[in-house]
Design a protein around this ligand. Structure first.
Ligand code: N01
Length: 543
């Protein structure tokens, strides 16, 4: 059986950078990827309107000066096709494809204790062994399709935003139903409305979404970034969410007078209603997100929620539709912030109908369409924009089996347990990239990925240089870290009792309700990881 030093599962940005980095360290690496090409999230999520909500200058690799200097971003916030082009360029430039096997879904990752090696099965067939295994499987990569009665009987086309086909989808002259109004649904709905004959939006929970930045990348702005990339990368390391805000600072300086900028208070409770309304008028709804107390003080949160609702009511013409679109049961900051382009305006179109599932839930899917209450809507296409089994889904789906035949599913039956989101007790030499308990989805993913891959590469370098063969966390260190992750999340909007988000696993029936990412911020997390290394890998057993 073929043997590698290291196997990586997944060829998204984490797997791609991992391959490059570990190969540079002299390791023999093999990557297995279920898709037919690189790109991960950006390979699978090709739905109309898909784009990133982190500026592309920031949502790009920082490990290569040449790569930074040669790449042009056409927009400040890039659309999916441009990000996928970038991923392809990275793969070509660093010759990554020669060590990636595509169309290869990993179905088992088993620790062979006698040999101290990981054995990898592809499509149920054992393929190779490796000393180290790096799970670069992504945080939002296993689509969630709810089990709705009769779903299989539907005679039309069924699509999921997270598995959008490569081939063009022709929706013209089609009656289209879309289920779900999270980030994917909100991005897709305005585009689907333009493409289909009639769009029916099935909404279970209304969403708080604010207009996205639509700026094209200007030549002089890109040139300025190019000159300052090192500073941008340094600032990212110091920022809570791994974003330097370098460009933003410059553009804000240009857009508003210095006086206004310095005068802006950080707390919503310090302002009266009239001033706040004026600010929304001048700066848009997004301004509500810039007050710190909106996320930490229930009174401030409700002021922002109320202002938000009033603003939406003024955009959406039909009162009943506007009323359905207003979130009432939870506050801003509970879920991942959603950004949109003309979302609310789309509901003023005569060819768009909102179906409020709080009033009339989906009874079943019929061969012809969707039945809500006692009415059946005929549809040609049903699109699920129903999200993902986040953070743990892809790891559990890979059937990881550790020491003494214990599966990850058994270990995580009450929720994910890991040390730093990097390693799991009982699973030696197996690493997770942006795993539960790390900043991951609360951080610029590219920054989080590079930090994890660099940490893992240094760790393997240390083991190899010192003649060690194995590393895994102690159960005590794992438990202490989990307690810390829970403690920093406590009292934030994310864990409010009214909040039901995928961060908490609340979108998947039966999934334990645990706040999975680390909310203490990237700099605090990174310095903890670095301190642990300095302290001779404190909390790990090295043998
Ligand atoms: O998924 P979601 P998403 N019947 O879970 C509804 C990232 N992302 O794919 O809220 C009816 O947020 C569900 O309703 P409810 C980003 O991190 C980023 O949209 O559970 N409806 C909800 O409305 C994001 O947060 C970008 O009541 C059902 C929707 O489906 C994450 O991915 C773009 C249902 C799911 O929303 C996930 O976003 C896209 C049912 N049985 C995604 N089950 C950008 O970078 C679920 N729903 C901008």
């Amino acid at each position: 059986m073929e043997k590698f030093d290291l196997v990586i599962v997944g060829a998204g940005f984490a797997g791609m950078y991992g391959l490059h980095k570990f190969r540079e360290k002299g390791l023999r690496v093999r990557v297995f990827e279920a898709g037919t090409d690189v790109g991960g999230t950006w390979y699978w999520n090709r739905y109309p309107g898909a784009r990133c909500d982190v500026p592309s200058i920031e949502y790009s690799f920082g490990f290569s000066d040449e790569l930074e200097q040669e790449w042009d971003w056409p927009e400040v916030f890039s659309a999916q096709p441009d990000i996928l082009k970038y991923a392809n360029h990275v793969a070509d430039r660093f010759g990554l494809r020669e060590d990636i096997e595509f169309n290869s879904r990993v179905t088992e990752v088993r620790f062979v204790e006698e040999e101290g090696l990981w054995e990898i099965a592809i499509d149920q067939e054992t393929r190779c062994r490796a000393k180290y295994c790096v799970m670069a499987t992504g945080c939002l990569s296993v689509p969630n399709t709810p089990s709705l009665e009769g779903a299989d009987s539907f005679e039309g086309q069924v699509l999921h935003t997270g598995r959008w086909p490569k081939e063009a989808v022709d929706l013209s002259k089609k009656q289209v139903g879309v289920i779900g109004t999270g980030s994917s649904g909100v991005q897709a709905i305005p585009e689907l409305a333009k493409q289909s004959e009639h769009l029916f939006v099935y909404q279970r929970s209304p969403v708080y979404t604010v207009p996205a930045n639509r700026k094209a990348m200007r030549e002089e702005v890109q040139a300025e970034f190019r000159k300052n990339y090192r500073q941008i990368r340094e600032l990212q390391q110091l920022n809570f969410g791994g974003v330097s805000n370098f460009r933003l600072t410059e553009s804000v300086k240009r857009a508003v007078s210095k006086e206004k900028q310095t005068a802006r208070p950080s707390k919503i409770l310090e302002l009266n209603e009239e001033t706040l309304k004026q600010m929304i008028k001048e700066q848009g709804l997004g301004v509500l997100l810039s007050f710190t107390d909106v996320y930490s003080d229930m009174r401030a949160n409700e002021i922002a929620n109320q202002l938000f609702r009033e603003e939406i009511s003024s955009i959406v013409k039909k009162e009943a539709v506007a009323s359905s679109l207003l979130p009432k049961d939870y506050g801003l900051g509970c879920k991942r912030q959603v950004l949109d382009r003309d979302y609310y305006e789309t509901f003023n179109r005569s060819d768009v109908t909102l179906i409020d599932l709080e009033k009339t839930p989906i009874e079943r899917i019929s061969p012809k369409g969707i039945v809500t209450g006692d009415s059946e809507q005929s549809l040609d296409v049903i699109i699920y924009a129903t999200g993902f089994d986040a953070m743990t889904g892809a790891l559990l789906k890979s059937n990881i089996i550790g020491r003494q035949g214990k599966t990850l599913k058994e270990k995580w039956q009450f929720g994910p347990e890991a040390y730093l989101g990097l390693q799991i007790a009982g699973f030696p030499n197996l690493f997770t990239v942006t795993g539960p308990g790390s900043p991951s989805v609360l951080c610029n993913m590219l920054v989080a990925i590079e930090q994890h891959i660099d940490w893992i590469a240094d760790c393997i370098g240390y083991l190899d240089a010192n003649g060690f063969s194995s590393i895994e966390p102690t159960c005590a260190a794992e438990q202490d870290w989990i307690a810390h992750v829970n403690q920093v999340a406590e009292g934030t909007m994310y864990t409010a009792p009214s909040c039901n988000s995928w961060y908490l696993g609340a979108n998947i029936p039966g999934k334990p309700r645990i706040f999975m990412p680390y909310v203490g911020g990237f700099p605090q997390y990174k310095s903890r990881c670095d301190a642990i290394v300095k302290n001779h890998y404190e909390g790990f057993v090295i043998s």
